[in-house]
Design a protein around this ligand. Structure first.
Ligand SMILES: [Mn+2]
Length: 278
């Protein structure tokens, strides 16, 4: 097992690589190239330059986050085949530069959700991401997007403006998509990309829903042990793996994190983990 640190990229992350290098036993970063919208192919030369840049700081980059799945794939639209093809292309390009694990998610529309991106903690003046269910119930999806754009100061993976520009249209498309249908669409995606992953030695690791329950009436199927098992069972391959996020799953106290880690580790389906508090 290796310990790495999430890094959002030059100009997007206030923490420089040389600080991460100072963390004892930290061998690398979990990287991201968030300038590409879901469905776009990540160019090989850009990936190469990125990996070189990280390596030059004395750090490895074996895990890449947020190769986002296009909504058409999650919705099961006929156009999904083109985006699955692009996904395979990105997998190949990443593998050429030593990437071993790709973290992705299968959450409709909203990648992850907070009601406040910089909530000040009165005790010490620090700030953190914050989620308040009561507050969320009084907000529309559009309000969340606007607030994110106003307060963050950077582009956060999953909240790219172009991805959210047609929010109303996409929300409408999900009306009538059941959890069962979403799981079917998930299977179709995995059957399309897993053979390529196996061929080039990359493991896909699905990140759980964050928070660990449905929001805004959208279907969600990646937030309980049973659901994770159903996903692992969709395609029987070590390339079809999980990224167990202790914080996301832990947001629902009913999830026994230790049991989940043990179960999927024993099945050989734990590619990586996010270790954080709720
Ligand atoms: Mn996480």
């Amino acid at each position: 097992m290796k310990m790495t640190f999430r890094w959002y990229g030059e100009g997007n992350d206030p923490i420089p690589l040389k600080y991460i290098k100072q963390i004892p036993n930290c061998s690398g970063i979990m990287g991201v190239l968030d300038q590409y919208a879901a469905g776009e192919v990540w160019p090989e030369d850009v990936i190469g330059d990125y990996v070189k840049h990280v390596n030059a700081a004395g750090l490895e980059v074996e895990v890449i986050e947020s190769v986002n799945v296009h909504e058409d794939i999650k919705l099961g639209l006929p156009s999904r085949d083109r985006y699955i093809d692009n996904y395979r292309h990105t997998v190949r390009n990443l593998a050429k530069h030593g990437i071993k694990v790709i973290i992705y998610n299968f959450m409709p529309v909203f990648d992850w959700l907070r009601t406040d991106l910089a909530r000040e903690i009165p005790e010490d003046g620090s700030n953190s991401l914050y989620y308040d269910e009561q507050e969320l119930l009084g907000m529309t999806p559009q309000m969340i997007v606007e607030r994110t754009a106003e307060t963050s100061g950077f582009t956060l993976p999953g909240w790219e403006p172009e991805r959210l520009a047609d929010l109303d249209r996409v929300m409408k498309l999900y009306e009538g998509v059941s959890q069962t249908q979403l799981l079917e669409n998930f299977k179709y995606f995995l059957e399309g990309v897993i053979p390529t992953c196996e061929e080039v030695g990359v493991r896909l690791a699905v990140h759980p829903d964050d928070p660990a329950w449905p929001i805004f009436g959208l279907p969600r199927i990646v937030h309980t042990k049973e659901q994770l098992q159903a996903i692992v069972d969709l395609v029987d391959s070590p390339a079809n793996s999980l990224c167990v996020c202790t914080g996301s799953l832990g947001s629902n106290p009913a999830n026994d994190i230790v049991d989940i880690l043990r179960t999927f580790s024993e099945q050989g389906r734990l590619a990586c983990a996010h270790v954080r508090n709720v």
